[in-house]
Ligand binder design. Structure first.
Ligand code: ZN
Length: 181
């Protein structure tokens, strides 16, 4: 396995619509290796998700995992989830504000409004159909990663750019602000 280079904001690959995979393509050894490398890369950089365009592959693959206490003690746990050709349905009109960051956007954090619950239909890495109902943190991560497959980054979803903060300043002022809201 190897750790891949992460595309950063400004790289056109992050703005393209990613292509779906056929089950035959998905089962090929090079695509399976790509998925392993995506998981390895996500873990190396302590991300909770990674979409294939972020490693310069314009294909509809996302990997998600959150180990407890990875970055912040309160971050909820999500088991390793690999989704191919995901289709998202927003299940609730309700939205909630939360801080987001992205491996492709460096050290920035910003507040984004997201649906509080979603349903995702996709293929797993073996090509089997899966359906996930998610709420809370998992729903936010799914929306963030699937946005990447449509060329959207979290900054595009921010309704107020005034919350855009460097990580250090977010840790100093942002968490406190969130707790007060
Ligand atoms: Zn991202």
């Amino acid at each position: 396995m190897s750790i891949l280079k992460v595309a950063r904001l400004g790289n056109p690959v992050l703005r393209k619509k990613a292509l779906p995979l056929t089950v035959e393509e998905l089962r090929k050894p090079d695509v399976q290796e790509l998925i392993d490398n995506m998981v390895e890369t996500m873990r190396e950089y302590e991300g909770v998700g990674l979409a294939a365009p972020q490693i310069h592959e314009s294909r509809q693959i996302v990997v998600i995992e959150s180990a407890n206490g990875l970055r912040y003690a309160e971050t909820p746990t999500i088991p390793l989830t690999i989704l191919v050709n995901p289709v998202i349905t927003y299940c609730s009109e309700e939205v909630a504000d939360g801080w987001e960051g992205c491996l492709s956007v460096g050290d920035f954090r910003g507040v984004v409004s997201r649906s509080t619950s979603v349903k995702v239909n996709a293929l797993d890495r073996k090509g089997k159909e899966v359906s996930i109902n998610a709420s809370g943190f998992f729903a936010v991560v799914l929306q963030h990663e699937i946005d990447h497959l449509n060329g959207i980054v979290f900054i595009d979803r921010m309704k107020d750019l005034k919350t855009l903060s460097f990580l250090k300043e977010y840790e100093r002022y942002g968490i406190k602000k969130e707790a007060n809201e």
